[in-house]
Design a protein around this ligand. Structure first.
Ligand code: NAD
Length: 429
């Protein structure tokens, strides 16, 4: 039986849709439907104290980029090349198919990009520059012709590095706009912003609720809420690195769970001691502290197999494996957003530099979806063609019978008509 050395609150998906958030989001969306741009500007001012231009002109984007040190630009270019490379390999793995299933009967599918995508790049607490790489570069690799990118100002300022990342990633429109107002404007459209077909990107409870309420009218990638980390460790693990990596994700926000599951009580206790020592000195302790206090968990298991089973039951967004044979996790675990194998490979690399996508499922959504990837921007659309008249007639006979079982006389007659034309069947219509 696993033992909890530290208990913490667990959040479920249901917790995200609190009544007050739901009602507020509903009201903002309704208002934006009615008043369009006027409402969008009003909410930008109310929630983000932003009264400047919402859409940046090409000249303004260049001015903003010019304020950045060259190293920042070089790093953005490097990371985007990593993200692009992996996304291109993933795109190449998605081949179109066509098969002849009966003589002259051809079935196929093509992967067709959505024609307009919205990229939401969070910015309430941190300028999440890397989210621009993940949402925009990936959309462009998928072949999306129009990408609208939105990010809020941070404490009244334009996040310059995020704007540079949006531009370098290939965004077609760059907006300083966040929260519900950004999601709603992209989903329903306004006089100044044509609506998009799909919205991707992580965000806080308001952003997630807006995506939930607008889903159907617009496509969404997934629910990517407050970041989570779960570490699986054995006796070989370095407790210091375990502690550092737990805190690296707890700093995302006061509701970001950091969970350690280990077969070694010594590693658990030492990692906890390191956390307590490191936390107070972190510049982001205001977020990481409450996150660790309220949502941090430390669980000691009988053995590593039990640790994998416990870890799997969380279906955590990020799972980091600190064991002597980390690749075993690929066999033992099925529920996770992304796996980070071995102590050389930390979640921060996934978030910032390595090239896999960091927009990942949280709150157990990893049970039914992976993270954002090039395939999310593509629709798998089928087609079919019958070139052989005998096959068309024979399928027509089956269609007639199968349709009448379902009481669909109109469908049946479409089949009958072909059986008559190609095989000479007689029907009394
Ligand atoms: P955000 O951009 O999601 O939210 C900021 C916006 O929230 C503001 O523009 C404002 O309009 C709106 N807002 C704030 N208070 C409001 C209120 N009271 N009423 C209505 N609207 C309000 O940025 P954030 O808040 O920093 O959240 C980002 C989230 O994204 C974090 O929880 C982080 O953990 C998460 N994240 C998740 C992933 C993932 O893949 N799962 C990746 C990166 C970030």
């Amino acid at each position: 039986m696993p033992t909890h050395l530290k208990t913490g609150r667990s959040k479920s998906f249901a917790d995200t849709s609190q009544d007050d958030v739901r009602e507020r989001v509903q009201g903002i969306i309704a208002d934006i439907r009615t008043r369009g741009d006027e409402a969008v500007s009003a909410y930008a001012e109310t929630f983000d104290r932003w009264t400047g231009d919402l859409r940046l002109s090409a000249e303004r984007v260049q001015e903003i980029i010019a304020t950045l040190p060259q190293q920042v630009i070089d790093d953005i270019v490097f990371v985007q090349s990593q993200v692009r490379h992996f996304a291109e390999v993933q795109r190449a793995s998605m081949t179109d198919v066509e098969v002849e299933t009966l003589p002259g009967v051809f079935l196929g599918h093509r992967h067709v990009p959505v024609q307009a995508a919205g990229a939401y790049i969070p910015g309430g607490k941190y300028p999440l520059t890397a989210s621009a790489h993940m949402t925009i570069v990936t959309a462009k690799v998928a072949g999306v012709p129009r990408v609208v990118a939105c990010t809020p100002p941070i404490r009244g300022e334009i996040p310059a590095a995020t704007v540079a990342a949006m531009h370098l990633a290939g965004a077609d429109e760059i907006w300083i706009l966040g929260g519900v107002q950004a999601v709603a404007a992209m989903a329903v459209g306004t006089a100044s912003m044509a609506r998009v077909d799909l919205i991707a990107g992580p965000g806080n409870a308001y952003v997630a609720e807006a995506k939930r309420q607008l889903f159907g009218e617009v496509g969404i990638d997934l629910f990517a809420g407050p970041t989570e980390i779960l570490v699986v460790a054995d006796e070989e693990a370095d407790p210091f690195l375990v502690a550092v990596d737990l805190l690296s994700q707890a700093e995302h926000g006061p509701e970001s769970p950091a969970v350690l599951v280990t077969s070694s009580e010594r590693v658990a206790r030492e990692a906890m001691a390191h956390v307590e020592r490191i936390l107070p000195g972190m510049p982001t302790a205001d977020y990481a502290g409450p996150a660790w206090r309220d949502y941090g968990q430390v669980i000691v298991t009988e053995d590593l197999d039990e640790a994998y089973a416990v870890a799997d039951s969380f279906a955590s967004e990020h799972v980091q494996i600190f064991t002597a044979e980390p690749r075993v996790a690929l066999e033992k675990m099925v529920h996770y957003g992304a796996l980070f194998l071995g102590e050389n490979t930390c979640v921060s690399y996934g978030d910032k530099v390595i090239g896999t996508n960091h927009v990942l499922p949280t709150l157990g959504a990893a049970r039914y979806t992976g993270g954002l990837w090039v395939g999310k921007y593509l629709r798998t659309a089928t087609y079919q063609e019958i070139r052989d008249t005998t096959s068309s007639g024979e399928l027509g006979r089956v269609c007639g019978r199968a349709s009448r079982v379902e009481l669909f006389e109109g469908h049946a007659r479409s089949g009958d008509a072909r059986a008559a034309r190609h095989l000479g069947d007689r029907f009394d219509w």
